[in-house]
Design a protein around this ligand. Sequence first.
Ligand SMILES: [Zn+2]
Length: 99
Amino acid sequence: MVLLPVHCPYCDTDQVVKCGKSETGKQRYLCQNDACGHRTFMLDYHHRAYLPEVKQQIIDMALNGSGVRDTGRVLGISKDTVVSALKKKPSLNASTPRS
Ligand SMILES: [Zn+2]
């Protein structure tokens, strides 16, 4: 069993091993700390902003007129993350008719 230079995002132990793939094909990891409440995790989800539902919240808040700074504060992420999440959404305003 090979330990990885990966830290569990929940308990920060480095006692982490690979544990197959998720439904979406992402690498899944297993935390070997018995005291840790979250045994498996995906490294891609280390940052909250990478979660699809958070990304959707960013977009929803932007559409509702929330500023980048407000969005970041409410969701607990940096405004840079908000900006980059919005930039990844192609033509957010161009194709959306305003009512
Ligand atoms: Zn852990």
